[in-house]
Design a binder for this molecule. Sequence first.
Ligand code: FES
Ligand code: FES
Length: 153
Amino acid sequence: MNISLILNDNKVNIDFNPLRPLLEMLREGFALRSLKEGCGRGECGTCTVLLDGKPVTACMVASGQVEGRSVMTLEGLEGNESFRRIQRAFMETGAVQCGFCTPGFLIAAYALLRDNPSPGREDIRRAVSGNLCRCTGYTKIIDAVERAGEILR
Ligand code: FES
Ligand code: FES
C-alpha cells in the first residue's frame, strides 16, 4: 500500500505493508534509528514518537494508520531549541546512562513540557510512566525533566 504522511515536517510517501508496525516502517523504510525496538508490545516506550503531536508507542501503531497524519521522531526535533534544552538537561543531570531508553523519554518530556510548562513531579512521573529505564532508577530522569521545565520557563 502506498502510505502518505507528514514525517518530521516533510510530506513523504512509501510503499509499505500497512499491517506492519510503524516502528518498522520508520526504521526500515526511512532509516530513522533514534527509535528502538525494546519489548515490541507497547510496554517499554523505547519506540515513542509523536503522532499528531501526541506520544505513542510506534510498535503498537499499524503503518496504515498514519496515512495522512503527522509523525515526529527525535530526528525531526533536533533543530527545535526547546527540545535541545531538554536534551541538555538530561545530559547535565546524569539522566542518561546506556542511552537506550533516552529518545523515548525525551519525546515524552517534550510533549509534557509543551503542554504544561510547570509540571509537578507527579505530573512528570505520569508523563513518563510508559517509558522504562533499566539503568538510572528514574530519579535523575524526573530531576532532568523538572530542570528542563525551569530552563524553558
Ligand atoms: S518497543 Fe515499543 S513499547 Fe517497547
Ligand atoms: S539509560 Fe539505560 S535503559 Fe535508561
